[in-house]
Design a protein around this ligand. Structure first.
Ligand SMILES: [Zn+2]
Length: 254
């Protein structure tokens, strides 16, 4: 029979989980004990890669300068802020989980398990890789799906195409998921909406490319209608940069 204490602790753990459902989620901090990615996404060069390289030059880290997957174990013990309901710490946001070695992932997950009163987000553009680990309950697992159109995804990135990311997320048995539609590219509303519903995330981030890479963008009205449909389905939308579509640059990659 379950002890009263055991039952109480279960209720205590369930309350923030329930409160966190159906809420906008906001990054409270970022934490990068692991850095680097080989997906080579076009829009990332101007943003994450440049930022990481700048810090890498200051600290003399060759891995950061080249954006190669590498470990910063000295960052594991860094003090991290507590997260309230709807908040999270974005773990390894300057890297993709899929390229992290098993021992690096294990070290990061051990640290996360030591901090059960903080919620962490881990993202990958190859969400099939989430099957390789056993995650503590205070983790949200997320992916980026910029469009449902595989040909557009392939034109700007070496990551698995959007349909593969969708399939992996939809079949992933995890209660706390997130989807980022950013930087948004042109899409088919019915398909993308069905994907989001099938994945059933805590919330969806939507935003246009802030770096003006020249991606094929949907008209603003189409994005607005999509966001309204997602909210109507009971899934909160977190609006990032929402603006008019800019002309795309043809032949982005080859
Ligand atoms: Zn580094």
């Amino acid at each position: 029979m379950e002890s009263a204490l055991g039952l109480l602790s279960k209720i205590f753990l369930a309350v923030p989980l329930l409160a966190a459902k159906r809420m906008y989620h906001e990054a409270r901090d970022t934490w990068n004990p692991y850095v680097g990615c080989l997906h080579d996404c076009l829009y990332c060069k101007k943003s994450f890669q440049r930022q990481v390289a700048r810090v890498g030059r200051i600290f003399g880290c060759e891995g950061c300068i080249r954006y190669q997957p590498h470990f910063h174990p000295e960052r594991l013990s860094r003090r991290l802020p507590r997260t309230g309901p709807g908040q999270f710490i974005f773990a390894c946001d300057c890297g993709d989980w899929t390229f992290a070695r098993p021992e690096w992932r294990a070290a990061v997950l051990r640290r996360i398990a030591e901090l059960p009163d903080r919620t962490f987000l881990i993202q990958s553009k190859n969400p099939a890789c989430f099957q390789k680990d056993s995650f503590p309950p205070n983790v949200i697992l997320g992916t980026t799906i910029e469009t449902n159109r595989d040909e557009l995804g392939r034109a700007i990135s070496k990551a698995p195409p959007p349909s593969a990311r969708y399939a992996a997320m939809a079949t992933l048995r995890w209660p706390r998921k997130m989807v980022t539609v950013e930087p948004i590219m042109d899409f088919d509303p019915d398909t993308l909406l069905r994907w989001v519903k099938d994945i059933s995330p805590l919330c969806v981030y939507v935003g246009y490319d802030s770096r003006l890479t020249g991606l094929p963008e949907p008209p603003r009205a189409k994005t607005e209608a999509f966001m309204a449909a997602v909210e109507e389905a009971g899934i909160p939308v977190r609006r990032k940069l929402i603006r008019e579509a800019q002309p795309s640059r043809p032949g982005l990659r080859g």
